[in-house]
Design a protein around this ligand. Structure first.
Ligand code: AMP
Ligand code: MG
Length: 472
């Protein structure tokens, strides 16, 4: 271990650095990656919830042979040869079939029954002629100007959904159209997976809640609100616990009460073992198995700490916002999806060309966040964001990322890279601006955006460049 390393240097803290895949394997080995339970919810509350069981229809839809038009229920054979210049006269049956009315008479040959859209087809009828192709003849008869095929303008019983048919499958995130389906088959409530409860705690003496006054040296807590939203996006219930300073006892108490209230505990910041980094020490208390990974050979995100106690994940994400976001999506989100009953995410990739040479860190899987633009030849160009893992904008403005394996030191300019898209697939930019930030340009870009143009800006200033060594 680290015994004979000089004390206090940063490398000492992560001697047990493992590969990305090993970290994932160790973490999942100690977790039961499955939904946490089910509950019944009414149609009014189920939007956005994850369906826990397949739903089979208990009824036919439509539940009866139904007219799709306003017109007359007829026997198609009575209208063979009907033409505008040779209409067929049919006698009205005396019934009027508006929706909800149950026919009492069988339709006799040579007869027609007025019927409205949604009306129930009477026995004996096998088609409906549209009112537009008919002419009334007094109160007792109608002339039909067109022949019609048997079954025309009728939706037969069960043709939409047959009783017994599975209409929705487990794992679906219920949206309005699914709710329409459930309502149409008469279900008033459905079984959904219980939302995993995820406690979120930002750690650090320097952190201030957004909206509160800030002094020099302090930073707004962006990881906390980001994680609360990210967790909600994954169908979980966030329990935001705010900010705790670098105080061992307070942090330990907070973690203990978070464990009592939640299924997952997420901390950010303080993952190192250095002075002032208290979160790691507060998590190090657990031994069932407690910390399973501390230090992953990836960039950004090296100081990630993965622990499990009482069967619950306790994760300390790196404090740097991009590192926190990245490691959350790489290591925590898949577990949360499993707990929430969501299928694994299949992220889309796009092939793009790297316009600049990119230095990579030998020995670590390096992820480079990029912004995509279309090149003159119709392909895609991947511009590295170039701000490093300490930047909030690095992740929030990126279209995707590509990974460079641990054994690679540099990626040459012009290389093809496979970009994994993040978030909602953003369109490649119509116009890409790279350079120093400018307020005037901002106004211009807002104006272009209102007109529907997709303009992306990489405000890299004059100092940043894609090969600058990003921090942890
Ligand atoms: P740490 O992991 O505690 O060493 O923090 C690394 C860096 O991330 C420091 O610059 C912190 O100020 C910053 N940081 C830590 N937590 C947060 C947070 N919740 N929101 C924004 N920045 C943070
Ligand atoms: Mg800190």
């Amino acid at each position: 271990m680290s015994r004979h390393e000089p004390k206090g240097i940063r490398q000492e803290q992560f001697l047990d650095v493992v590969s990305r895949d090993e970290a994932e394997a160790r973490f999942s080995r100690h977790l039961k990656l499955e939904p946490l339970g089910e509950e019944m919810v009414g149609l009014g509350e189920c939007r956005g919830r994850v369906l826990a069981r397949d739903v089979a229809a208990r009824v036919d839809v439509p539940g009866f042979d139904r007219s799709n038009v306003d017109g007359f229920a007829v026997r198609a054979e009575d209208l063979v040869g009907a033409r505008p210049d040779a209409p067929r006269r049919l006698a009205l049956s005396g019934e009027l079939l508006t929706p909800g009315v149950r026919p009492t008479r069988e339709l006799k040959p040579g007869a027609a029954t007025p019927i409205a859209t949604g009306g129930m087809i009477p026995r004996g009828a096998d088609a409906v002629v549209m009112i537009e192709t008919t002419d009334p003849v007094g109160d007792a008869a109608v002339d039909v100007r067109q022949a019609i095929a048997s079954g025309a303008a009728i939706s037969s019983t069960g043709s939409d959904i047959a009783a017994g048919e599975t209409v929705l499958r487990r794992g679906v995130v219920l949206a309005s159209r699914d709710i329409a389906l459930l309502a149409a088959i008469g279900e008033s409530a459905v079984a959904v997976f219980r939302k995993p409860r995820v406690a979120i705690l930002s750690t650090g003496d320097e952190l201030v809640a957004p909206g509160a006054p800030i002094r020099p040296g302090q930073v707004f807590d962006s990881n906390g609100p980001m994680l609360a939203a990210a967790v909600a996006e994954l169908g979980c219930a966030a329990i935001p616990l705010g900010i705790v300073g670098d105080d061992f006892q307070r942090m330990a108490d907070m973690i203990d009460s978070a464990l009592a209230a939640a299924d997952v505990v997420l901390l950010s910041g303080g993952t190192s073992k250095g002075a002032g980094d208290v979160a790691y020490r507060a998590v190090e208390r657990f031994s069932d198995p407690g910390v399973v990974v501390h230090g992953v050979a990836l960039k950004p995100g090296k100081p990630l700490c993965l622990a499990v106690t009482q069967g619950k994940p306790v994760v300390i994400l790196p404090g740097f916002p991009t590192s926190a976001t990245f490691t959350f999506h790489e290591f925590v989100a898949p577990a949360l999806r499993a707990f929430a009953g969501l299928p694994p995410l299949r992220r889309a990739t796009r092939s793009a060309r790297l316009p600049v040479k990119l230095k990579s860190e030998y020995g670590r899987t390096t992820y480079t966040l990029v912004s995509l633009a279309e090149s003159a030849d119709g392909g895609l160009v991947a511009y590295p964001m170039g701000k490093g893992s300490g930047a909030v904008t690095e992740f929030s403005l990126a279209d995707g990322f590509f990974a460079t394996p641990p054994g690679v030191e540099a990626v040459p300019a012009g290389a093809e890279v496979s970009v994994t898209l993040i978030g909602r697939a953003r369109e490649p930019a119509d116009l890409m601006m790279i350079g120093s930030h400018c307020v005037g340009l901002d106004m211009l870009i807002s104006r272009l955006a209102r007109e529907g143009l997709n303009v992306k800006v990489l405000s890299v200033g004059s100092t940043a460049n894609a090969t600058s060594p990003a921090s942890i």
